[in-house]
Design a protein around this ligand. Structure first.
Ligand code: ATP
Ligand code: MG
Length: 355
């Protein structure tokens, strides 16, 4: 899995760049503000359709350009194209055709991003962790996206009825469907999390040895009770509040070190290593489940927060995945412990391959 060609036009300070990345480890280096993160952002756009730095895509368009145009060819030969305009316009193409849904892009180019934004996984609310679980659920089970979309629609409709104080009899049909889709969604998530836990334990024992880290999946309602019973039993309370209190939309991944939540019990560098362990574990399981599938890793500013031995350990783990990896750094001398397959220097938005 990976890309063998990337073209960027008018993304941030990159007016035009073409890269032919290697299958293994790619280093992107340059001074502050040169455009390194923007190269990773381009790849992310081509998988997710949006930025990881801003929810306002037009902000990523180069000043004074009407739009940005991105293109990648995957190693499997698929051609992914994306254009975003200043007025919010968005055009996506896979092999020249408009895909049915945006998620088709992600299916062609699964990514794991490790960047300062990824700390949200440990430091912020449950949404980032649900998205993390759902990344795995989406890539491991083709039925997931359909079930997930249906559940979301049903939940929205039920919440509307709750706000309208609809008579109880009207809920029966919605609640039945909501429970069925909710249980199906949760079964896929559970399968994924149990594989994740098995793989994660091995990686954590290398990255954070001797720390009692535990990862528990919380499904969003009392695990001993069927969802239909919970939803039925809470109708009156949900009506008072105007929304559905329990269900898979409240799922979370609880991460603890000993008795403490990890954000209180780990140092900044340890948190970064835990984020890396989680992301690498996701990618590994995908590869194990479906040989040759795997994912591309984007690691922004790998060196920050980590001492030399942990940088080496992380690079070694990334190399061992056998996947395509993009790492950014200010100086190559920060990461001398590994042989790069290709190195790209970035200077004022210009990207040049180095020998
Ligand atoms: N919409 C835009 N148009 C033009 N330039 C932009 C735009 N948005 C950001 N920039 C500039 O693009 C440059 C590249 O930013 P980027 O974050 O990619 O740099 P970087 O090499 O990752 O830097 P650092 O080492 O500090 O992380 C910055 O100089 C920034 O000021
Ligand atoms: Mg950067």
């Amino acid at each position: 899995m990976g890309i063998d060609r990337l073209q960027i036009q008018n993304l941030r300070n990159v007016q035009a760049a073409t890269l032919q990345p290697a299958g293994g480890l790619n280093l992107i280096y340059g001074d502050n503000g040169s455009g390194k993160t923007s190269v990773l952002e381009a790849i992310w756009f081509l998988s997710v359709g949006r930025s990881f730095r801003t929810h306002l895509a037009p902000r990523a368009i180069r000043h004074e350009s009407p739009d940005m145009v991105l293109f990648a060819r995957t190693q499997a030969g698929e051609k992914l194209g994306l254009r975003r305009g200043r007025e919010g316009e968005s055009e996506v193409r896979i092999n020249g055709e408009r895909p049915e849904r945006l998620a088709d892009l992600a299916a062609c180019l699964p990514l794991q991003l490790i960047s300062p934004e990824s700390f949200a996984l440990l430091l912020e609310g449950p949404q980032a962790r649900r998205e993390f679980i759902d990344w795995g659920a989406f890539h491991s089970d083709p039925q997931f996206i359909g079930i997930w979309s249906r559940y979301r629609r049903l939940l929205k409709q039920r919440n509307q009825l709750l706000r309208q104080q609809a008579p109880n009899a009207q809920f029966a049909i919605w609640d039945k469907q909501l429970s069925e889709y909710g249980e199906a969604l949760t079964a896929i998530r559970k399968r994924w999390v149990s594989s994740l836990n098995a793989t994660l334990t091995g990686i954590i024992s290398q990255f954070l040895p001797d720390l009692p880290i535990r990862v528990n999946f919380s499904q969003g309602w009392d695990a001993k009770t069927p969802l239909s019973e919970v939803i039925h039993g809470q109708l009156e309370r949900d009506k008072q509040l105007g929304y559905t209190v329990s269900g898979p939309h409240k799922a979370d991944l609880r991460l603890r070190v000993g008795n403490l939540p990890v954000q209180d019990g780990l140092s900044r560098g340890q948190l970064k290593l835990l984020v890396c362990a989680l992301k690498i574990a996701q990618g590994r399981i995908l590869e194990e489940k479906e040989a040759g599938r795997g994912c591309v890793y984007l690691v922004d500013d790998l060196a920050s927060e980590l001492d030399e031995s942990h940088r080496a350990l992380l690079l070694d783990q990334l190399k061992c995945t056998g996947e395509q990896v993009f790492v950014t750094a200010i100086e190559p001398s920060q990461l001398v412990m590994v042989q790069w397959n290709k190195r790209f220097h970035v200077e004022q938005g210009r990207v040049t391959e180095q020998n």
